[in-house]
Design a protein around this ligand. Structure first.
Ligand code: B1M
Length: 210
């Protein structure tokens, strides 16, 4: 088994202790960080999601896989980060109310930071009022990023966009949305300025928006 396959297997099985060294092994073999992230971790979480859907594993297994992936991302972060010494603006990000998924949101935050933004991470299960407050309290915030992983929390994303619009924040910020169930069509429907499917394109889009 190659190191990247070992890494994917360790993430899938939630072997958090093995993951950092396997990430380092892949880097030592000369693999690109983004390839390690995609093949060794994001694809592995896709496998976990499939197994959960098919009732082959349950929430605890999904949770340990998530912890293993977080360890991997932590190890990879120094190799992924760009030159963020000059800040090009503030970016508020969070997972919408009712939703506890944060791996994708954290990856987006990491890439956005690498692109030169100062990231204000509001965390998970963030009420719409908190997003509004974060924008109102800081005129330097230029973009708000909303993440949702559940079809059941898509309405909370819509409510958050509406709350930002009603509070008059749209004259100050652009709104970006993403997450597995989100589509361009949904983004257009709720009045978001931008939808991207993954973290790398989110960083590119954020730079283009300001
Ligand atoms: Co959850 N879960 N989960 N889960 N979980 C999913 C999302 C699910 C698809 C699994 C499945 O059934 N196949 C399913 C949702 C079904 C649906 O809504 N249609 C599901 C479910 C049902 C649930 C629970 C309801 C299970 C239960 O309790 N019965 C529960 C809900 C809890 C809650 O939120 N209230 C639950 C809980 C959990 C854990 C806590 C155990 C854990 C999360 C741990 C954590 O995040 N700290 C978990 C996990 C790990 C998953 C899967 C397996 C993996 C998610 C992940 O991290 N993927 C997931 C299955 C799957 O996605 N295939 C699943 C890797 C990550 C890098 O990808 O987050 O998609 P992703 O982010 C991508 C893009 O989407 C995009 O960029 C990222 C990187 O490129 N992106 C953005 C994300 N945000 C963006 C924002 C942007 C732009 C791009 O702009 C601002």
């Amino acid at each position: 088994m190659s190191k990247i396959e070992e890494l994917a297997a360790a993430v899938t099985k939630g072997k958090a202790k093995l993951v950092p060294n396997l990430v380092k092994d892949c880097l030592a073999e000369g693999m690109e960080p983004v390839e390690i992230l995609n093949k060794g971790m994001i694809d592995a979480m896709g496998v976990v999601g499939e197994k959960f859907k098919n009732n082959e594993i349950f929430v605890p297994e999904m949770l340990v896989a998530a912890r293993a992936m977080k360890k991997g991302v932590e190890t990879l972060k120094p190799s992924m980060a760009g030159d963020s010494s000059a800040t090009i603006g503030k970016y508020v990000i969070g997972t919408v109310a009712g939703d506890l998924h944060d791996i994708g949101k954290n990856l987006v935050a990491m890439m956005i930071e690498s692109a030169g933004f100062e990231v204000i991470d509001l965390g998970v299960d963030v009420p719409k009022e908190k997003f509004v407050e974060a924008v109102k309290n800081d005129p330097e915030v230029k973009i708000v990023g909303l993440s949702a992983l559940l079809t059941t929390t898509m309405p909370a994303m819509k409510d958050t966009v509406e709350a930002l619009i009603e509070a008059g924040c749209k004259s100050q910020v652009k709104i970006m949305v993403g997450g597995a169930p989100i589509t361009q069509e949904f983004a257009d429907e709720i009045g978001a300025d931008c939808y991207t499917a993954d973290a790398a394109s989110a960083a590119q889009a954020a730079k283009a928006l300001i």
